[in-house]
Write a protein that binds this ligand. Sequence first.
Ligand code: PDD
Length: 286
Amino acid sequence: MVMSRVAYVDGQYLSHRSAVVHIEDRGYQFADGVYEVIAVAGGRLVDDELHLVRLARSLSELRITAPMSDAALRIVMREAVRRNGVRAGIVYLQITRGVARRDHAFPKSAQPALVVTSRRKAPVDPRAAADGISVITIPDIRWQRCDIKSISLLPNVLGKQRAREAGAYEAWQIDHQGRISEGTSTNAWIVTSDGAVVTRQADSAILNGITRLAVLDIIRAEGYGFAERPFTVTEAKAAAEAFLTSTVVDLLPVVRIDGNPVGDGRPGPLTRRLREHYLAHAAAAA
Ligand code: PDD
């Protein structure tokens, strides 16, 4: 049976095809909103608690009122998963400041607008996982609050497109001091020649990925050496291993940076182990 897709829009479950938002939604006009992407494994939400904590933080930083409680949001997300028959996939949740006549300052009486969708997702390309992927590096031209998961993603869109046109999977963004902040939709990691895993600390230059937090927990539990600190492009190119993480791609080995092989140009052993651990963690939600 072919199931037609359903979207939750402000209190109603609508046919995905005909679901629409108002032309004066502030998300549409100002990118005045936030979002989350949550993985679904075995029909269950993966690490939804952590996503809801991050969502609450993004909302409060932008002074947008949560449209409903976390418990109610969970019910809507689960219902979106169920109605779309998703076993393995994602939930997309977006909250904007609402609909109001266009004026930059906050409207006096807008209701926050909530959209929740869910869709199936094919597993990550097994070749990308087995052989690794390439990244390019680009200047980080984003704002100074990348810790907020805002829907304002234009630099990320342009960066990802540059990566695609260069035949690479992702673009790692470089700050003014030559240090890598993160990918356009992923966090960046390296493994040093003495086996320590390094990823940038969760400051305002990066989004504190939920996958990042899960991988850090795994690293601690397994007793691997690690450091949360910035690393330069030069250090990354000389690293023993590299990888990236996100809800959508899990953990993928990075084997080329700007065309230069990382290590021997093949996914590193620690990267492969961390990927196995992370997949087990995500599957445990099911
Ligand atoms: N992107 N950094 C950026 C800029 C991101 O947009 C994302 C996620 C991440 C990884 O975060 P997490 O592990 O919580 O997915 C890091 C989502 C998936 C997206 O925009 O589609």
